[in-house]
Design a protein around this ligand. Sequence first.
Ligand code: NAD
Length: 243
Amino acid sequence: MRFSGKIALVTGAAGGIGAAIVKQLRAEGARVAVADRDVSGVEADAKLPGNLLEAAYADGLPQAAFDALGGLDIVINNAGVITRGKVTETADADWDLSVGVNVQAPFRICRAAIPLLAARGGGAIVNTASCWGLRPGPNHAVYCMTKAAIASLTQCMGMDHAHQNIRINAVCPNEVNTPMLRTGFIKRGFDPDTAVAELGKTVPLGRIAEPDDIADVVLFLASDAARYMCGSLVEVNGGKAVA
Ligand code: NAD
């Protein structure tokens, strides 16, 4: 029960990785406020549905979690969207969506959460970047840029707020078996089970990640076991580093 007595906010809680994070945090004693567009199917201690593209919603989430559960110790900025294509194929709407969900929303949430955590003597924030935020990936220029942006923001915030006993780190997954990955295969006309199995053969460990593989590392970063980690970008890739 590493998180007994702790209160957490998790965004993207209805998604593949988010649902695993919520389940694990609650299993280890945390009370969890969940945020996503539709949280009706998520078991949680407080439900805060909304659209992260709405500034007032993102700005208000940490205080809403605090008010609902009587405090806030941990914030997991996990929500994300993926847009595909080279820059020349990227519409303004894709840019706005990617930057809005992947960068601006976590920026707003961190900006609002940091004073709340500081007033309680500290806390932990875990952002979700990607291997593609550390090195470039093909045909996803704006997605990669947003993940590089949240990685950089994490490093800067990790440095700026360590003195307040707030540890801010990021997890950087490679491919994970979630709706985000599977719907991408379906859109491109592939059977998702076959495509996931094929992709697994390209990973030195022999399979792509399952959501719990990532959630385990997120919980570690949020826990006291990571007490000396500030601004770290932790790659979780089964041995498949992006070249
Ligand atoms: P997912 O699509 O299953 O979950 C993402 C969740 O974010 C969804 O439930 C979605 O509703 C929510 N979300 C998106 N836009 C939102 C908005 N405007 N307002 C509120 N909620 C919104 O995807 P996932 O694979 O679980 O992704 C979780 C995180 O992991 C993302 O940040 C993603 O970029 C990152 N990631 C995923 C992979 C992968 O291969 N799946 C790899 C690297 C990084």
